[in-house]
Design a protein around this ligand. Structure first.
Ligand code: G6P
Ligand code: MG
Length: 216
């Protein structure tokens, strides 16, 4: 029986995924190459330093650890600049209604994000109090597709992995949920999130009872 919902942040609750992409694209352009939206799919849910390594390999560029840290810091500054004007209006369609249902049904909730900026983003959209547990990039050693972030969420909520339902927009994130022995709702395109148990374009009109009937 599902007792808890574990939510990714970027691309599920709020559309910061686009800002991560823009900031990485800007960095890549500065290095003399480009990254496409299709390429960006593999960066979703992946930690900052792992994303940087994937991008540099793509551009055929080798750098020292020091240079990489400088680039990652610069990318994060650009990203923070892009998200600095976020407000509750940036919450993705369907999320607020869905959380109202979650509360009514007494389902436990955790945030499971690899982002070190997760708390800041939650504050800016006014959703800090909507989660019973918050696991972010400052609390984990391994990024998605490792299941650590979701297993820690389950642990903090005192539920078993099989009692959790993960909500994810990233290929790596869907894999992380699956690797943790959890059921996964994909948010995005069916053709991309092939491992998810069920896929919705977004949370608009998603009914918890119907969803749980579909999952079980
Ligand atoms: C999320 C995003 C990734 C991002 C990662 C780290 O998982 O989907 O695109 O790279 O968080 O984010 P951070 O804010 O710590 O750089
Ligand atoms: Mg995401």
């Amino acid at each position: 029986m599902i007792k808890a919902f574990l939510f990714d942040l970027d691309g599920v609750i709020v559309d910061t995924a686009i800002y991560h992409y823009q900031a990485w694209k800007q960095m890549a352009n500065g290095l003399g190459f480009d990254i496409s939206e299709e390429f960006n799919e593999q960066l979703k849910g992946v930690s900052r330093m792992d994303s940087l390594d994937i991008i540099l390999t793509h551009g055929g560029i080798e750098l020292s650890q020091e240079e990489k840290l400088a680039l990652a810091t610069q990318k994060n500054e650009n990203y923070l600049n892009l998200v600095s004007k976020m407000s509750p209006e940036d919450i993705l369609p369907g999320v607020t209604d869905f959380f109202a249902q979650v509360k009514k049904e007494n389902i436990k909730t955790a945030l499971g994000s690899v982002s070190k900026n997760a708390k800041l983003i939650l504050e800016s959209i006014g959703m800090s109090d909507d989660f019973d547990a918050i696991i972010d990039g400052t609390k984990i050693a391994k990024g998605k597709p490792d299941p650590e972030v979701f297993l820690k969420g389950a642990e903090e909520l005192v539920v078993l992995p099989e009692e959790c339902l993960v909500f994810e927009d990233a290929v790596a994130g869907v894999e992380a949920g699956k690797n943790g022995g959890m059921k996964v709702v994909g948010i995005g395109k069916k053709e991309v999130l092939t491992q998810a148990d069920v896929v919705f374009e977004n949370l608009v009109g998603v009914d918890i009872h119907e969803l749980l009937a579909q999952i079980n």
